[in-house]
Write a protein that binds this ligand. Structure first.
Ligand code: KG4
Ligand code: ZN
Length: 338
C-alpha cells in the first residue's frame, strides 16, 4: 500500500484547524482558537469569518511544517463542507479548492458530524478502536446527538436536541452564575468540590431519545433569582454545590438517554466526542457504566474530541480509499443531514 498524505482543514465554527495525516496516523494537528469571542459571551459569526481569513494560511503552513511534509507530497485535501457557520465554512472550502487546484490533487468534502464520530478511528498507540455497530454520543457547544453507527458512512441519528446543545446548557448556566464564557470547564472545576445532591433541578420530559436543555436553563435562572432575593450572596456562598448540582442533572439527562438507546438497539459499545466529553463527571460516569451495565466506552484524546482537523483527516483518508472526490464546484452547506 502506498503512503497517503492528506491535508485536512476545519473551519466550521470558531477554530481554524489544519492537520496532516499519513494514512490513519496524525503527523500534525494544529488549532488556532479565536479568543476574540470571549468578551461577547458567545461566537460572533462575522468575527469568526474574519479570524479564519487571518489564520488559515499560517495554520496550514504550521501543519505542514510540524509534519515535516512538503506540499508537493500531499495526496489530497479534505475540508469541512458543513454543518456550521456559512462565512466560516467558506474560508476553509475556498482555500482547500485553490490549493487542490494548484497542486492538481483530489478534493474531499467532509461532514463535520461524521468526523466527530469517526475520530475514534485515528490510529493512536494504546487507543482501542470501536467495532461496528456502536452508539456515538456527540456533545459540544453546537451539537447533541446519539447516532447508531453501522459502518464508516452508514450512520443514523437516533436522538438529538430539540433546542440547546449540552455545551450551551453548561455555558448558559455558567453565565447565570456570573462565570465567564465558555463556562463549561469552570462548572466542571467547581463541581468537583461540591455536593451534586445539594439542589434538585427537574429533568425535562422529552419522549424517546431526543433531548431538551432550554427548560433546565430557565429553571436554573428562576432558582438563582429567587435565592438571591433571600440572600444576595447566595451564588458566591454556594458556588461549588450549585455547579455540582447542575452538572449532575445534565449528566443524568445524558445517561438516561444512553441507557434507553442501549435498551432499544441492544448495542453496548459507546463512543463519545465533542468538547463536552472533556467533562470529568461524564467521563467518570461512563467508566462506571462499564462495570455497572457491562458497556464498553471509548473516550478519545481531548485534542480529537473538540473541533479539530485530525478528525476531518481521518474521514478524508476513508474517502480517499474509496475515491470519493469532489469537483471544484462543490459548495459549503450550513446544514447537512447525515
Ligand atoms: O467541541 P467544542 O470545542 O466546540 C463546539 O462547540 O463545536 O465544544 C465546546 C463546548 C463549550 O460549550 C464548552 O463549555 C464545553 O464544550 N466544554 C465543557 C468542558 N470542556 C469544554 N463542558 C463541560 N465540562 C467541561 N470540562
Ligand atoms: Zn464540532
Amino acid at each position: 500500500n502506498p503512503e497517503v498524505f492528506i491535508l485536512s482543514i476545519e473551519s466550521s465554527c470558531d477554530d481554524t484547524a489544519a492537520a496532516i495525516l499519513q494514512n490513519d496516523k496524525v503527523l500534525s494537528n494544529v488549532v488556532a482558537n479565536q479568543l476574540i469571542h470571549t468578551q461577547y459571551g458567545g461566537v460572533v459569526p462575522e468575527l469568526a469569518s474574519r479570524a479564519h481569513q487571518q489564520n488559515i494560511v499560517p495554520v496550514v503552513a504550521a501543519a505542514l511544517d510540524k509534519a515535516n511534509i512538503k506540499k508537493e507530497q500531499l495526496s489530497a485535501i479534505a475540508f469541512t463542507q458543513g454543518p456550521g457557520l456559512m462565512g466560516s465554512l467558506l474560508v476553509g472550502s475556498s482555500f482547500a479548492k485553490s490549493l487542490a487546484l494548484a497542486l492538481q490533487i483530489p478534493l474531499i468534502a467532509v461532514n463535520h458530524m461524521q468526523a466527530h464520530v469517526l475520530a475514534h478511528f485515528i490510529d493512536e498507540e494504546g487507543y482501542e478502536k470501536p467495532n461496528f455497530p456502536f452508539l456515538a454520543l456527540t456533545i459540544s457547544g453546537g451539537h447533541t446527538q446519539i447516532l447508531k453507527v453501522d459502518h464508516f458512512f452508514e450512520m443514523t441519528v437516533i436522538g438529538e436536541t430539540t433546542d440547546d446543545a449540552v455545551g450551551e446548557a453548561f455555558d448558559k448556566s455558567a453565565k447565570i452564575l456570573g462565570l465567564p464564557y465558555p463556562g463549561g470547564p469552570l462548572i466542571d472545576k467547581y463541581a468537583k468540590l461540591g455536593n451534586p445532591k445539594a439542589f434538585a433541578f427537574t429533568k425535562p420530559k422529552v419522549p424517546g431519545l431526543n433531548f431538551s436543555f432550554s427548560g433546565l436553563k430557565t429553571a436554573i435562572l428562576y432558582f438563582i433569582q429567587k435565592k438571591k432575593l433571600e440572600n444576595p450572596n447566595f451564588v458566591e456562598e454556594n458556588l461549588t454545590d450549585i455547579c455540582a448540582s447542575i452538572q449532575y442533572t445534565i449528566i443524568e439527562i445524558l445517561m438516561d438517554k444512553l441507557k434507553l438507546a442501549v435498551n432499544e438497539t441492544g448495542i453496548t459499545q459507546i463512543t463519545i466526542g465533542g468538547g463536552v466529553s472533556a467533562n470529568s463527571g461524564i467521563r467518570n460516569r461512563l467508566k462506571e457504566a462499564e462495570n455497572k451495565y457491562g458497556w464498553k466506552t471509548f473516550i478519545p484524546k481531548f485534542e480529537y474530541t473538540t473541533d479539530n482537523a485530525a478528525m476531518i483527516g481521518i474521514v478524508g483518508y476513508q474517502k480517499f480509499l474509496t475515491q470519493k472526490f469532489e469537483t471544484s464546484a462543490v459548495v459549503s452547506k450550513a446544514r447537512i443531514q447525515l
